[in-house]
Every structure is written in C-alpha cells, then in structure tokens.
Design a protein around this ligand. Sequence first.
Ligand code: ATP
Ligand code: F6P
Ligand code: MG
Length: 324
Amino acid sequence: MSEIKTIGVLTSGGDAPGMNAAIRAIVRTAINSGMKVKGIQRGYAGLLENEIIDMDTKSVSEIMRRGGTILFTARCKEFETPEGQAKGAQILRDNGIEGLIVIGGDGSFKGAQKLAGLGINTIGIPGTIDLDIACTDYTIGFDTAVNTAVAAIDKIKDTSMSHERCSIVEVMGRNAGYIALWCEIANGADGILIPEKGDFNEQDLIDTILSNRQKGKTHHIVINAEGIGHSNRLAKRIEVATGIETRATILGHIQRGGVPTAKDRVYASTMGAYAVDLLKQGATNRVIAYKNGNFIDFDIDEALSMTKGIDEYQFLISRLMVMY
Ligand SMILES: Nc1ncnc2c1ncn2[C@@H]1O[C@H](COP(=O)(O)OP(=O)(O)OP(=O)(O)O)[C@@H](O)[C@H]1O
Ligand SMILES: O=P(O)(O)OC[C@H]1O[C@](O)(CO)[C@@H](O)[C@@H]1O
Ligand SMILES: [Mg+2]
C-alpha cells in the first residue's frame, strides 16, 4: 500500500452549517500529516470543470463560524452518468489527487461510491440538514438548522397567539421529517405532517384543532414538512373547516444558513479529522457515522443499503404532546 500524498475535498448537495468546520479540520489534519490538500469547488460540477485550488492552513482560517461552504456546492446531473464519473476520476488523477473526501448527503455518497469503483480512494462525511442518512444519528448541519427553525416558530407563535390564529409552518425536508419532528417536540404544536407518515388523516388534525379550541386554546400551530408541502392550500382548508383564521409560513432556506452551533462545529471537526485518518490508513469507499456516542465508519455500499424511518418513540411522544 503506497502512502497517499495528495487528497482532495469537495462539498456537494445542499450546503449545511458546519461544513466549513469539517473542511478546516481536513486541511489542517492532512497538512500536519505531511499531505497536500486540494479543494474542489462546486461539488461534482466543479470537478468536471477542473475547478481545483490548493489549500493551506491559512486558507481555512476564520471559516469555522461561517455558515455555508467556502468551497461552494452544486448538484450535477452529468456526474450521475458513467461518462461523467470516468471524466471526474481522470481529472482527479491528472491533478495528482489519490484520495477524496466528499462532504454531502446520500446522493453525494453515490458519487463517491462510483469514484471508489474507478480507483480513487473515497471517504464520505454526512453533511445535510435533513438527518436522512440511515447509518448515522448525526449529520452536519441538522443541529443548527433545527435550532433556527425552532427560534423562527417561537416568533410565529407570538403573532399567532396575539391574533388567535392557526399557523401552518413548513420546514425543510424533501424526503425526511426529522426537522419537523424535532420542531413539534421543541415548540409544541397541534399537529405534524411528515413524508414518513404520508397517510395522515386531515380530519383528525381538524378535529384536534377544534377540540383544543373548545377547551380554551386560543392559537394553533401545525408543523408541515416540505415533503408534504402545499402549506397555503392546507391553510385554506383548515380555515374553512374550523372557522379559525389560518396563515401559512414557509421557512425555506433560512434553515440552511447561519452560524453553526457548537455541536455542529465540534462533530464536523471530528469527522473531518477522522476522514483524513481513514485515507492515511489506505481506506476507501467508507462513510463516517456517529452511532451510540461513538464516531465509526461503514462501507458506503452497506451505508447506502440501510433505510431510515422516523424514530417511532419520538413520534409517539410528539403525538401525546398535542393534548391541551
Ligand atoms: N446515483 C448517483 N451516481 C453518481 N452521482 C450521484 C448519484 N446521485 C447523486 N449524485 C451526485 O450527488 C449530487 C448531490 O446529490 P443530491 O442532490 O441527492 O444531494 P445530497 O448529497 O443527498 O444532499 P442533500 O439531500 O442534503 O441536499 C448530485 O447532484 C450528483 O452530482
Ligand atoms: O436548495 P435546493 O437545491 O432547492 O434544495 C432543497 C433541498 O435541500 C435540502 O435543504 C437538503 O439539503 C432539503 O431539505 C430540501 O428539499
Ligand atoms: Mg439527500
């Protein structure tokens, strides 16, 4: 096994607060081990355009407290084709990059898996606000995103209470209801709609709102995940069915930005250093995970074959809490 001399790092898919902490840890750990580090800008799209820069210890100074990713990110259809992947692997080789760390979500890991098959040593770091990666209990950015959403819903509650209204709040999560679930438990709400429980009964939600109103509750919150969507239409239906003035708020990309929490900075830094250690050991096609209080790694094939549902116990708690 020959030692890796140059590694690359890229961020891909939706950005997530804490990605910069991971980049900083990767650059400094690798340089400390005598390796060179190259940053690939704009994810796989930038790789295919050869947008590659040299990184040194100073280039990652003062980035940890910034949201987003200093390497930019993108989604790239071309990279989903075998031709795109072969071109990407060749560009990495042309730049002397023998090991690649991919910070992103499940889609990004599929790209890393393909590059591993083409002889590039790859390591994935879970970076997504959605928390929708099955092999890990933690993904970079979820903690910051959910705290942003919780703070926003607290504010919506103030005005909803003053006007004695019902508020539908749509949070991010295309295929995943974790942000919604945490908000329902952290903020308190009359109901939650998430893609994992797509068979929800709208009449039950209306009945809960009406029953809570009859018991004296003067405002109502419904947390709706993006994967269910259509919040404005839902608001109209609830208003008609209950007679309670109802407004919809879509929180949107505010949840993806902002100053990363301490947890996101520390866990992302740990995962970044761990990824470099794996490359040093000659590992490839691995993804880093946080399980039962430990940082561990899985084969990417195994990680991608796992499925993640919603935490049923947390969901049960959220159901019990709608009681007024
Ligand atoms: N099957 C695949 N093969 C190769 N590359 C892929 C594949 N699926 C996705 N990718 C690459 O990964 C990129 C990011 O994937 P995706 O848009 O699913 O985001 P993600 O990494 O899951 O992050 P998030 O869901 O948090 O935004 C895609 O634009 C594409 O370039
Ligand atoms: O910013 P974009 O590309 O529209 O992506 C939005 C998606 O990305 C995520 O924020 C995850 O990164 C999802 O929750 C959301 O559905
Ligand atoms: Mg994803």
